[in-house]
Design a protein around this ligand. Structure first.
Ligand code: DGY
Length: 420
């Protein structure tokens, strides 16, 4: 439902956050995603931090209440059953303190927690002390189980958050989803199927979930058996940034951060291992086949956010952004795999723009950062708080009244917001 024009965009964004609040956690959007998603929730906290700091801390504390004994923080917490979502808790068989999925998601939380702490250290101190060892354990889980040449790997396309990006096409083709059985998707009853992953994708998504459930999400067993392991720019750049911010938080709290500093060095090397010199771009690498994905994606442009400069990436950025009216597309528009409305195969995502924009601003590319902020603000002002957008026309796609789009509006894109 569109709010009346008289309500300002800031107020609309606040209404969306409040409307998606289920009491201690925020759903990405009603219907399509009725639970607490990991990185959505971290963005929600950043949004709430602009209007209600206690609620922002509550959001991340509810997320970490689902942390597993091995340190992993799941990508979905199923707080209250909802038959309108598939696959639910029974399919996953998560083994943590709250019903959950069995994989994680890009760990943006530490960065927003550090920002929240910096905004009001007195109010944040007790929360930060409580969360610091939990974040440390989560980051350690990635370092223990997910590294290849120092880059962070995913074991399921949903783990990167970029479900159906062409980055995984090669690795997905290596899976024969034999025995996956009959199932009924729910996502396509909420959203036009042409904007969602295909049945080919879903068969493989479920087959991987079934394998994880069978192995009780034992990481050592998964490492041996799973046929999907891709070193991912999203995970690598986001974790590198998150470790830098966790180190700052640790120093502010008087903690020993030497382990975190070593992890940063490892991840810096890992990020360079994602450089595809033929493509001239940071790319995903299929660890099992050794093949590049050959994809210029919006995750490729997270290098500045992670603290890594690259003149070649600036040239890629200028080329790709010039190809569409509403950058940054999730896949290169000049590629024959580009599909402007199908989820992560082309559409523009406001929250990715926010991360890219933060990186550009911090690394000294103020003009590009400002242009991206303005383009994103125009996109939302003209087309609403959608999940994602057609980069050519700006048309809204996926779910509506979306939490992270509202959150990045308040925290980053709104003209009323001072620069980040
Ligand atoms: C979905 O249900 O589409 C989600 O992306 C899985 O995390």
């Amino acid at each position: 439902m569109t709010a009346p024009d008289s309500i300002s965009l800031d107020d609309q964004a606040i209404d969306i956050l409040r409307g998606n609040d289920r009491g201690g956690y925020t759903v990405p959007t009603a219907g399509l995603y009725p639970y607490q998603w990991n990185w959505d929730s971290a963005f929600a906290a950043w949004g709430f931090a602009q209007i209600d700091m206690p609620r922002a801390w509550q959001e991340v504390e509810t997320l970490f209440a689902g942390q597993w004994a091995d340190g992993m923080v799941p990508h979905i917490l199923f707080h209250k059953p909802d038959p309108d979502y598939f696959p639910g808790p029974g399919v996953w068989g998560g083994v943590g303190p709250v019903a959950s999925s069995g994989i994680s998601q890009p760990p943006v939380a530490a960065t927003f927690i550090w920002l929240m702490y910096e905004m009001n250290p007195d109010a944040g101190l007790a929360h930060a002390r409580n969360l610091f060892p939990k974040i440390l354990a989560w980051h350690q889980w990635f370092m223990d189980w997910r590294l290849d040449q120092g880059a962070v790997c995913i074991t399921h396309p949903w783990e990167a958050g970029r479900d159906n990006t062409p980055d995984w096409d090669g690795a997905m083709a290596g899976i024969d989803p034999v025995g996956v059985g009959e199932y009924k998707r729910r996502d396509t009853s909420h959203v036009d199927p042409s904007m969602r992953p295909t049945k080919y994708d879903y068969d493989r998504y479920l087959w991987l979930v079934q394998m994880g459930n069978r192995l009780k999400w034992d990481q050592a067993a998964l490492l041996k058996e799973i046929p999907f392991r891709v070193a991912d720019p999203t995970m690598t750049f986001v974790l590198l940034r998150a470790q830098r911010d966790l180190s700052l938080l640790g120093q502010a709290l008087g903690e020993d951060v030497s382990v975190i500093e070593r992890h940063i060095e490892t991840l810096e090397t890992g990020a360079q291992s994602l450089w595809n010199s033929d493509l001239g771009c940071f790319d995903a690498r299929d660890v099992q086949s050794g093949k590049w994905s050959n994809c210029v994606s919006n995750a490729s442009f997270l290098n500045w956010y992670s603290g890594i400069d690259s003149p070649d990436m600036l040239a890629q950025y200028d080329r790709v952004t010039a190809l569409c009216s509403y950058p940054v597309p999730s896949h290169d528009p000049s590629s024959d795999r580009f599909d402007p409305k199908r989820y992560w195969r082309g559409p523009t995502w406001g929250m990715m723009n926010a991360l890219i924009g933060i990186g550009l601003a911090e690394r000294g590319f103020a003009d590009r950062a400002e242009a991206l902020g303005t383009a994103t603000a125009d996109l939302i002002a003209d087309h609403g708080f959608a999940e994602y957008f057609d980069p050519m026309t700006g048309e809204p796609a996926g779910g509506g009244t979306f939490t992270w789009t509202a959150a990045i509006w308040l925290a980053w894109a709104s003209p009323n917001k001072e620069t980040t």
